[in-house]
Design a protein around this ligand. Structure first.
Ligand code: CTP
Ligand code: MG
Length: 257
């Protein structure tokens, strides 16, 4: 079988601040999305890649990527995304086509610096029989659980990434040693991931600010499919806030010396 990649890149990047969509922001002068596509194409197991672009800019993303040639084994599609990451991934999965694909990797455009070793560790674990594989690292901060918002947030209020309201009550403190921060690429048996997205397409998760599943593996877990973690990499971090962009620039600069 072949291994395909879906790259959700349709987000606006609200937490990064105003400007072009996050995936198109430059890193070392090259859009983050181009780094992410190249990082995945570097793994020789990868064939089809589906980029899920902002719905209003599919031709722009297509021509951008056409300007950055990939190895011959890689075929590239660009399709319009949806209102949440979950919806964008679902649309990307539907565009894979190719019946020979039996393994799918889902990789955030916002993780442009993932090392090829991490990609290959995930692919190897899926190929060895795990239906769902997620790269992860121990968390460094202690994490507090809080109560879900009492009412749905008013339009324009960011309950997901914004500043926590003052004096939030703590509900619990899970033992830090038992927590992991998850990354991408997440790797799946194709049929398992497609089935989870079909079943989960109507689910909106209010506790998650109506964002849907921010993590594909969560949809798979809900269906009772075992999910395993493999060792992630610090350089697979997600560019989310302005400080992350500074870090990414520094990592990239260090690589090219
Ligand atoms: N994503 C997507 N479609 C959406 C929302 C997010 O394809 N409707 C993608 C983003 O482009 C990103 C990945 O999902 O590559 C991870 O999401 P996140 O880091 O949250 O990016 P954004 O949603 O763009 O950022 P923010 O939440 O700060 O707006
Ligand atoms: Mg988001």
């Amino acid at each position: 079988g072949r291994t395909a990649v879906v790259i959700p890149a349709a987000g606006r990047g609200v937490r990064l601040g105003p400007g072009t969509p996050k995936a198109l922001r430059p890193l070392g002068g090259v859009p983050m999305l181009v780094h992410a596509v190249r990082a995945m194409a570097r793994s020789t197991s990868v064939g089809p890649i589906v980029v899920v672009a902002p719905a209003d800019d599919v031709p722009g993303v297509r021509s951008l990527l056409d300007g950055h040639p990939l190895p011959d084994r890689v075929t590239l599609r660009v399709v319009p995304g949806g209102g949440t990451r979950q919806e964008s991934v679902r649309l990307g999965l539907a565009a894979i086509g190719d019946p020979d694909v039996d393994v799918v990797l889902v990789h955030d455009a916002a993780r442009p610096l993932v090392p090829v070793d991490t990609v290959e560790t995930v692919v190897a674990a899926v190929r060895a029989g795990a239906p769902a594989v997620v790269p992860a690292l121990p968390v460094t901060d202690t994490v507090k659980q809080v109560a879900p918002p009492a009412a749905p947030a008013a339009d324009g209020v960011d309950t997901v990434g914004g500043t926590a309201p003052a004096a939030e009550p703590v509900v619990a403190t899970p033992a830090r040693a038992l927590l992991r921060a998850v990354q991408t690429p997440q790797g799946f048996d194709r049929s398992v991931l497609v089935a989870a997205h079909e079943a989960g397409s109507a689910a909106t998760d209010e506790a998650n600010g109506g964002e849907g599943a921010t993590d594909c593996a969560a949809l798979v877990e809900r269906r009772g499919v075992p999910v395993v973690l493999v060792r992630g990499h610090e350089e697979a971090f997600k560019v989310t806030r302005p400080l992350d962009l500074l870090l990414a620039e520094a990592v990239l600069a260090r690589r090219s010396v």
